[in-house]
Write a protein that binds this ligand. Structure first.
Ligand code: SF4
Ligand code: FE2
Length: 636
């Protein structure tokens, strides 16, 4: 057993190397932070105003409330929804940037981008009510992009968010309307929530949580339009075969990692690299090798088949190989410590967003008007860095695993179509109704070093598969499975139960792919989770169920970011039981904790549960699926 908190053998090798050279990684820093402050850990520390921090000290006279009189439930509720605000702001701002790029592309202002997937454009346009008849693609794209941008500035509270109301089922929409969590504008909802949680404002925990849910619905709206518009600009994922783990970094090539979340630049880097292989050869390398980390990695994996180097917790370790020439980062989940890691080697860290700079790194202000030129300049920087690489410092773990990915919802439906051409979603409905599979689990979220890196992601996936649960995956969770060699057909043979194996055998016989389907369908980055929800919406309609009756569960074993809190919250509002593998900072208030883990079910059908133990979490997820199936049989 490794002395480090990871199950990844390649990561262990690089952690040994970091120790040798005296570089303290995130694994060391996580250890150094223990023990954590109990007040912060349970959510009862308030820093909303300068009289704070106030902590809840129940036994001290006067100490059971903050200076202003805020009780534990107010403090916990406010802290929780402010996480949601951070997450929704990140996702929707990502979406807004994609929408602006699509708009400028459609207006002919950007030479390096174009509408790539006209089918997706037509599908989205029809869904959101944009006229398509007799119009050219750019005119339609302009209206779709404008509709997306209108989501942000809308202030008329009588109007609703376009993406939400176009995709969510009527029953679900009505629940949101009745509970007043249906948003109108993204910016408005975010501002209102920050206002609502200002010192001396709302102290009603339920009202605060509903304000948070409204913003969580803005999160999925912003996510959904980001996905739709990225597909339109760069293409919708189709099945790809590639590899994952640090062995994807190649000693004889110029290695460039793309890391972060936004595909606007990374897509250009992939495109530019294709035409610059000779420049790399002239520098003495055998070519350019691109690898992905975190969700920018997922974006270029889905669309271009770029290999995965590693996921969030182990990003510094890609630098530790000594063979990483440049790491190009955009936004979200990028550790500031990458720069210090790079100092041990020749690696260039290149930041590209005006809101994400790291002192001491290279900043290439990304300008969509000269995207290709920027991409080329960055690649040349990497080629120059390669020339300065110290070969004596290179040690790349010889570990890669086969990955089959690229399963946009469209790609999945295309495969189901081969089994049932008239009604592809019926393929899953039939398998559930016949008891062949128990239901579907979405394996999502981040890495969190409060636990062991990737351990619970993989353990839960294996246990669910053994119990015939069909698995979807995304974000850093998907990468955990890919790194561990579970995202391929061999893993189905190794881990799936008999029912799930039969389901796969039927799909494999019909799929027409050159490889077997993987144990989990990788549906993209964490901004892409609406793909999973649309699948559930379709399944609910096909099975004649409410969303909250579908045997569907969500698991985020290592949730970490504010985005994860927002994602969890909209999943609950959509009716999905949602497992989180870290104890949430809601437990400091029994009332708030009960609202999100119990009462939420009565209102929305979905709820959270916290369970750090993989075996217990899997058992509960399976119980929930079985209970939903049983209720559905009884209802008939
Ligand atoms: Fe303390 Fe109230 Fe200020 Fe929070 S808002 S820091 S509880 S005084
Ligand atoms: Fe992500």
């Amino acid at each position: 057993m490794s002395e480090y908190k990871t199950i990844d053998v390649a990561a262990t090798q690089m952690l040994d190397k970091a120790k040798e050279i005296g570089f303290l990684t995130t694994f060391d820093r996580a250890k150094a932070q223990e023990p954590r402050c109990t007040f912060g850990n349970t959510g009862i520390c308030c820093r909303i105003c300068l009289q704070g921090p106030c902590r809840i000290l129940p036994k001290k006279p006067g100490g059971n409330k903050g200076v202003c009189g805020a009780a534990d439930y107010t403090i916990v509720a406010r802290n929780t929804v402010r996480y949601i605000a951070g997450g929704a702001a990140a996702h929707s701002d990502h979406g807004r940037e994609i929408a602006e790029t699509l708009l400028h592309t459609a207006e002919g202002k950007l030479k390096d981008y174009q509408v790539t997937d006209v089918d997706k454009l037509m599908y989205v346009a029809k869904n959101i009510g944009v006229e398509t008849e007799g119009r050219d693609a750019n005119a339609i794209a302009k209206d779709v992009a404008s509709a997306a941008l209108a989501e942000f500035g809308r202030i008329n509270e009588a109007e609703e968010l376009t993406w939400l109301k176009s995709y969510a089922p009527e029953n679900t929409l009505n629940i949101w309307r009745k509970t007043t969590v249906m948003p109108s504008g993204i910016n408005l909802s975010l501002a209102k929530l920050l206002h609502q949680t200002h010192v001396g404002n709302d102290s009603d925990p339920v009202n605060i949580i509903f304000g948070g849910l409204k913003v969580a619905l803005c999160d999925i709206d912003g996510q959904h339009l980001a996905t739709d518009l990225s597909d339109i600009l760069f293409g919708t994922g189709v099945p790809v075969v590639t590899e994952a783990n640090l062995g994807a970094i190649k000693a004889d090539k110029v290695n460039i990692a793309v890391h972060g979340h936004n595909p606007l630049l990374s897509q250009m880097v992939v495109k530019a690299a294709k035409g610059m292989q000779d420049e790399a050869k002239a520098a003495g390398a055998t070519g350019i090798n691109l690898v992905g980390i975190c969700c920018t990695g997922n974006e270029v994996l889905m669309r271009e088949g770029v290999a995965i180097a590693t996921n969030f917790a182990t990003q510094e370790l890609a630098v530790m190989t000594g063979a990483m020439d440049a790491m190009v980062v955009d936004v979200q989940c990028i550790m500031p410590s990458l720069r210090s890691a790079a100092e041990c080697f020749h690696t260039k860290i290149v930041t590209t967003s005006p809101i994400m700079k790291i002192p001491g790194s290279y900043h290439y202000a990304f300008d969509e008007a000269r995207a290709m030129d920027s991409a080329k300049e960055i690649i040349r920087l990497a080629i120059d860095a390669y020339k300065a690489r110290d070969k004596a410092k290179v040690s790349i773990p010889n570990i890669t695993n086969k990955v089959v990915a690229g399963f946009s919802l469209e790609a999945m439906l295309n495969i189901f179509k081969k089994v049932n051409p008239d009604n592809p979603i019926r393929v899953i409905a039939d398998a559930i109704e016949s008891g062949e599979i128990k239901g579907i689990a979405a394996l999502i979220g981040c890495n969190n070093l409060k636990g062991t890196h990737d351990q619970n992601h993989t353990a839960i996936a294996q246990e669910l598969a053994k119990n015939d649960v069909l698995l979807l995956a995304g974000g850093c969770s998907a990468q955990a499975h890919a790194l561990a060699g579970m995202m391929n057909g061999e893993a189905v043979q190794q881990y799936a139960g008999e029912g799930l194996k039969k389901f796969y055998a039927r799909l494999n016989a019909a799929s027409g792919l050159t490889t077997d389907l993987p144990l989990m369908f990788h549906m993209g980055s964490c901004v892409d989770y609406s793909r999973m929800q649309v699948l559930v919406n379709m399944l609910a309609a096909e099975m004649g169920l409410d969303n909250s009756e579908v045997p569907y569960v969500v698991s985020a074993p290592e949730a970490m970011s504010e985005k994860a809190v927002a994602i969890g919250a909209w999943n609950v509002a959509y009716g999905n039981p949602t497992h989180v593998g870290v104890i949430a900072p809601t437990v400091g208030s029994q009332l708030v904790n009960d609202v999100v883990t119990k009462i939420a079910e009565d209102v929305f059908g979905g709820y959270f549960f916290w369970e750090p133990d993989a075996a217990k979490a899997s058992a509960r997820l399976i119980d929930i699926l079985e209970e939903r199936n049983w209720k559905n049989v009884m209802r008939k």
